[in-house]
Every structure is written in C-alpha cells, then in structure tokens.
Design a protein around this ligand. Structure first.
Ligand SMILES: Nc1nc2c(c(=O)[nH]1)N[C@H]1C(S)=C(S)[C@@H](COP(=O)(O)O)O[C@H]1N2
Ligand SMILES: [Mo]
Length: 427
C-alpha cells in the first residue's frame, strides 16, 4: 500500500499514456509496436559478452554517444584561439553543476601549465607583513566550499543589435557553475596583517595572474573581505589547467573577468589601478555614447535551454518539459516565469531546488504541446525584487552598441515541427 502510494504519480501517468494509445491517438514517446520489439525480445550484443574491466578507464570520459556535448567556438569570434573564448553546451546539460570538461574558457593569452611546486602567491602593498604563499602553505588554512556561477561580462554580448547566434550555447554559454573549495581571501589578508579595523572602506586589492596577459583587476576592499575565495578545487577535483590550475580567484556574483586564473599577486592599494581590463575593456557603452565603469555585479538573467535551436522538440505531441537556468549576482533566484507567446502571458515555472546564493537555479515548466508555434521566453526574479528586463527596456539605456552585461529576456521561436530559432519580438 505504501509502495502503491509512493509510485502513485508515475503510475497514473503511465496509465494515461496507455489509455491514449489504446484509443489510437498519436502520443508522445511510445509508438505502438507493429510486432515484438527485438530490443526487448532478442538477446542483444551488450548482453552476450563481457563489458570493459575496471582497468579500462583510470580517469573516465563521457560515453562516445555523448560526444556532441562539447565546448564550441563561434568562428568569427575565434580568429585567434589563444586570446579567445569558447562556450558551454548549456543546451545539452541539466541540473546546475557544469562539468569542468565542457565549461567555457576565456583566455587573454592562452591556458598556461603551472606546476604546484612552481606556484607562488604574493600579498604585498598596504599590509604589515608582505607574504609569499606556496601551494602547500595555502593547503594549511581553513577551507570553505560554495557553489557559484561564473559568467563572462560579454555573455549574450553579440545580441545587442539583433538576434544573431542560433543556439543557447552561443547566446548564453559563457557561463559555468561549480562547487569551489578554497581559502577565503579575508583569511589570507589577515595573515599578511591587514587590520580589519580602521579605514578599509577606501582601500582596494589589485589581483593579477601568472599568465602573460596577467588580467589585472582592482577589487574594492569591501568585496575582497566579503565572499571572495582563493580556490584550488572545483567540483571535487583540482582545477583544470584551463580554469587556472593550481589556484584561481572566485569573485561570487561579479563578472568573470575578475575571477583571475593562475593567481600570482594581490596588492593592497589606496586606489584602483585603472588597468586595461577595467578601462578600455569591461566598461559599458550607453545610449548617448558615454561609458559606464565599475559595473561588476551580474544582474539576474535566465534562458530556456530546451527546447532551443540546438535542442529541438524531437518527440510528438503531448507532454513537453521546458527547462532552463536562472542566476543572479545579487543573491538567490526566487521565481522564474515562462512565456509561450513572446511575453504576453506568463506561467510560473517550478524551481528544481530553492534558489541558492549567486549560483545557477534549474527551472522546469511541465506542459503540453500540440504543435502550436511558440515564442518561448523566460524571466528571472531575484531576492532583491529585481525582474529580468526585456531587450527593449535594456536598449533604452544601453543603445545598440554595447557589449557587456546584456541580461535581457531571450526569445526562441518554436515551429510546428519542433525546431527552434533565435528571434526578437517587439515589445
Ligand atoms: N589570468 C587570467 N585570468 C582570467 C582570464 C585570463 O585571460 N587570464 N580571463 C578572465 C575572463 S575574461 C573570464 S570570463 C574568466 C573565465 O574563466 P574560465 O576560463 O574558467 O571560464 O576568467 C578570467 N580570468
Ligand atoms: Mo570574460
């Protein structure tokens, strides 16, 4: 009885499906078999012999049938692959954690190979005791663990002037979400004798990497002492080379450019450096042609990952799972709405788990689809009450010539045959 209750929901669904089949309707999923299904009645090749031994894959890769779930480039963005970017296949992932093996990469001078033994982290500037930490030194401080998203400020940046790239991977794939283990920057600054009392409000840290680009950025002290992590593990294992092995900075909720990889130096300063990465880059062009600086936080944003151009509806009519992800650099996602008619009407989606601080949230809309055209959109809300804007609202402030911080509502046009396309709706 208890068992019956536990499985009640799925059982009811199954019976509904069977009844529909019996009535001769063309339904989702199970086509009525003309005869016995050999996949059920015949002994298959995989059951007639032995599988691989446990020595076949000391470190496993995805099965060959998943070989299309990979990072991809946009050719016209990637004339030079050394100073470039690739994209997470978000259209093919579910849940929230991004495997390191397919998490987008952004390098200004290529991914370097740095041994733990050769690793040094210097803290200098306005501290009592300038220090140099080896990798082993870092291992001896108390550790923290948090899941955070990292989004490049340029994510969706090619879409300002019009719908351009045909796939969620390309429009929204400059993002990953991992569980980091590391030491809080606060702990290391205290070790170097930064007095946590006093006039720290006007102080900054300048952080730089060991690669040729160095990717130097200034971070206000208030953030540095809040939740910034000096991380060495991601998703339970050492950082991959491309994500900054052996140590990277994690700057929760703030633009990816500040997440310095191969972290080598932290200088405490009285003022920001105004480096290349915070003047000629990573500032936001406004409608009137002027630029806005210090836009560090990634505002609330969401996207439907399936259906989407690379993930068309392949099954027939009936039940359809619409899914996507939402995130906010200001904290937790509290609600996601989905529209099928380009924003005229909205349904509230189901969050797979309650929103987590500065981390991806997965949403689902369990719905019915009978071949009607859809203009699919999703709209995120965060704990500050902020609502993700439409493209028109964002353009009023930012114009058409911006690059960074495009968090507008995305539209996929889904046709009667289940294909999807990147479009814009006027509103
Ligand atoms: N040292 C260094 N850190 C860096 C970069 C870089 O080129 N060098 N790129 C930055 C940019 S622009 C982004 S978006 C993130 C990307 O992190 P990922 O490559 O792990 O996805 O790293 C940042 N940190
Ligand atoms: Mo970036």
């Amino acid at each position: 009885m208890a068992d019956e209750q536990k499985h009640g929901a799925s059982r009811r669904q199954f019976l509904t499906g069977a009844a529909a089949l019996g009535a001769g309707a063309v339904t989702a999923g199970a086509a009525k078999a003309a005869g016995p299904d050999p996949l059920i009645t015949e002994v298959q090749e995989w059951a007639s012999g032995l599988g691989d031994g446990v020595d076949a894959t000391p470190y496993g890769l995805p099965i060959q049938y998943e070989s299309d779930v990979v990072r991809r480039n946009v050719e016209w963005l990637t004339a030079d692959t050394i100073s470039s970017i690739n994209f997470t296949p978000i259209h093919a992932l579910d849940g929230t954690i991004t495997p390191q093996g397919c998490a987008f990469e952004r390098h200004h001078s290529g991914a370097i190979e740095l041994k733990k033994e050769d690793y040094r982290l210097m803290i200098n500037g306005l501290v009592d005791t300038p220090l140099v930490f080896t990798y082993d030194d870092l291992q001896r401080f108390p550790r923290e663990q948090h899941v955070y998203f990292c989004e490049c400020a340029a994510n969706t940046g090619m879409e300002w002037a019009g719908a351009q790239l045909n796939g969620a991977q390309f429009t929204h794939g400059m993002i990953h979400n991992m569980e980091y283990t590391g030491v809080s920057l606060r702990t290391l600054l205290a070790e170097a004798g930064l007095s946590v009392a006093g006039d720290l409000k006007d102080k900054w840290v300048y952080v730089e990497g060991a690669d040729a680009s160095s990717n130097g950025r200034s971070i206000p002290m208030e953030k540095a002492l809040d939740d910034v992590l000096v991380a060495f593990y991601a998703n339970g294992e050492a950082l991959r080379k491309e994500h900054g092995y052996p140590v990277r900075l994690v700057v929760p909720g703030w633009e990816g450019n500040m997440w310095v990889k191969w972290l080598r130096r932290i200088e405490v300063m009285n003022a920001p450096v105004e480096s290349r990465e915070e003047t000629s880059k990573y500032t936001d062009t406004l409608e009137d042609g002027t630029s806005r600086k210090w836009t560090w936080v990634m505002d609330a944003k969401s996207v439907v990952t399936s259906p989407s151009p690379q993930a068309p509806i392949k099954h027939g009519h009936g039940p359809l799972v619409i899914t996507g992800m939402a995130w906010s650099g200001h904290g937790k996602i509290t609600r996601v709405d989905v529209s099928k008619d380009g924003g005229k009407t909205w349904e509230t989606a189901r969050l797979a788990k309650a929103g987590e601080n500065k981390a991806l949230t997965r949403f689902y809309l369990d719905t019915e689809w009978n071949g009607e055209e859809m203009f699919l959109q999703s709209r995120a809300m965060d704990e500050t009450g902020y609502v993700q804007p439409t493209k028109a609202q964002l353009r009023e402030v930012r114009g058409l010539n911006s690059i960074y911080h495009n968090n507008c509502i995305q539209t996929w046009y889904v046709t009667a045959d289940g294909k999807a396309e990147n479009v814009e709706v006027s509103s």
